[in-house]
Ligand binder design. Structure first.
Ligand SMILES: *Cc1c(COP(=O)(O)O)cnc(C)c1O
Length: 392
């Protein structure tokens, strides 16, 4: 958590794109255009299916499926957070995290290629796997923990990493895996959803693509679906851009604008939510009915060592297991400040029993808790009260 502790220190450095600026400064200024007299700081959403384009069709704005100025501002903002001061990094926004993930996989892989996925990643990855296999792509999987994906890298064209993994919160060593993959000629993509760009910078750790759902903590209000891909390799990114155009998996201007507006508070939200997540984890660890408690920020968590080497913040998700499915359901019902809902990263705390979906290899009593921006004392006492009440 090195830089987060010092964020805001270089307040004189007001250029948000400057690598020396603190995270808060960078977040509030990210992607803003040069100020124009009588114009708003963040220009409103541009609603346009097509743009005036007489004569020779030259860019940047021609047709609304290809480009939109509201996306441009948002793409710059995300790029400034994923790779501060690195102008060679290109960012593309998508309609959802899955649109972004699919755009990388389906634009980079061909029939006969092999790809390595995590076997404990996001719950839609098995669906993607079936589709890749239908196109004649070999899919190998291995767990995130202990860098186990290293063992199945030989001959692969692309390595897909999800760290911390969702919902198990295992962490792998991105630098080590990226070096091994590059030595074998494979590209590397990291799903950066859980960490957010303020928690981890995959491109600095050696990845070719940082891919994420902006639906979660990046935007943080539970009201927008969004995804993005950031990458440095111009050829690879051109293929991703082409895929977006072919599939048309584009965000609406309103969603893009809401996302940009929300990113201004990312540092505030992340610092609050992540600090509370640590307090919650510390309170839960003292409880006898809880097993398998995971939070990468806990010093004795199996993920902590590598997480503290490569992450700058540990996220807002805590997971743990209650003895039975019934106990877990009673606990969730008894909560007053934590809404029963899937997804994570929002300002209002949410929790769910993951086993209700099927698919994740988790015990029946496994709970994923997303810590919001409530007062930490209120949240901790609500959780402890619900544990007591559900004991019966
Ligand atoms: C939610 C999520 C996705 C998918 O994002 P959508 O915006 O829902 O399409 C991908 N990866 C991870 C880790 C996620 O949590």
């Amino acid at each position: 958590m090195s830089d987060s502790a010092t964020s805001g220190q270089n307040v004189a450095d007001t250029d948000g794109s400057h690598p020396g600026a603190g995270d808060g400064t960078r977040a509030v200024r990210a992607g803003l255009p040069e100020p124009v007299k009588h114009e708003p700081t963040l220009p409103g959403p541009v609603f346009a299916a097509h743009f005036h384009l007489p004569g020779e069709p030259t860019g940047p704005y021609t047709y609304g499926r290809d480009e939109n100025p509201t996306w441009t501002h948002l793409e710059r903002a995300i790029g400034e957070l994923e790779a501060p001061g690195q102008d060679d990094v290109e960012t593309l926004v998508f309609a959802s995290g899955m649109a972004a993930i699919s755009s990388v996989l389906f634009s980079q892989l061909r029939t006969g290629d092999a790809v390595v996925l995590p076997d404990d990643g996001y719950q839609a990855l098995p669906l993607v796997r079936a589709q890749l296999e239908a196109y004649g792509i070999e899919v190998r999987t291995a767990p995130t923990a202990q860098d186990a994906q290293l063992d199945v890298l030989d001959g692969a064209r692309l390595l897909w990493i999800e760290t911390p993994s969702n919902p198990g919160l295992d962490v792998c060593d991105v630098r080590r895996l990226a070096e091994a993959a590059h030595a074998r000629g494979a590209l590397v993509a990291v799903d950066n959803t859980l960490a957010t760009p303020l928690g981890q910078r995959p491109l600095d750790l050696g990845a070719d693509f940082s891919v994420a759902s902006g639906t979660k903590q990046l935007t943080g209000h539970g009201d927008v679906l969004l995804g993005y891909v950031a990458g440095r390799d111009a050829g690879a990114m051109a293929a991703v851009r082409r895929w977006r155009k072919i599939v048309g998996a584009i965000p609406g201007p309103m969603e893009a604008w809401l996302a940009h507006r929300s990113i201004a508070t990312l540092q505030l939200r992340a610092d609050r939510q992540n600090a509370t997540a640590l307090k919650v984890a510390e309170a839960l660890r003292a409880r006898p009915e809880i097993s398998g408690l995971r939070y990468p920020g806990l010093p004795d968590d199996p993920s902590h060592k590598i997480a503290s080497q490569q992450m700058r913040r540990f996220g807002c998700v805590v997971s743990f297991t209650l003895p039975t499915r019934e106990r877990a359901d009673r606990f969730l019902d008894a909560l007053r400040l934590v809404e029963g809902a899937t997804s994570f990263g929002g300002v209002r705390s949410t929790a769910e029993r993951r086993g209700r979906w099927g698919g994740d290899a988790v015990p029946e009593g496994f709970i994923r808790l997303s810590v919001g921006a409530e007062d930490p004392e209120d949240l901790v006492s609500d959780l402890l009260r619900a544990l007591e009440e559900s004991a019966g």
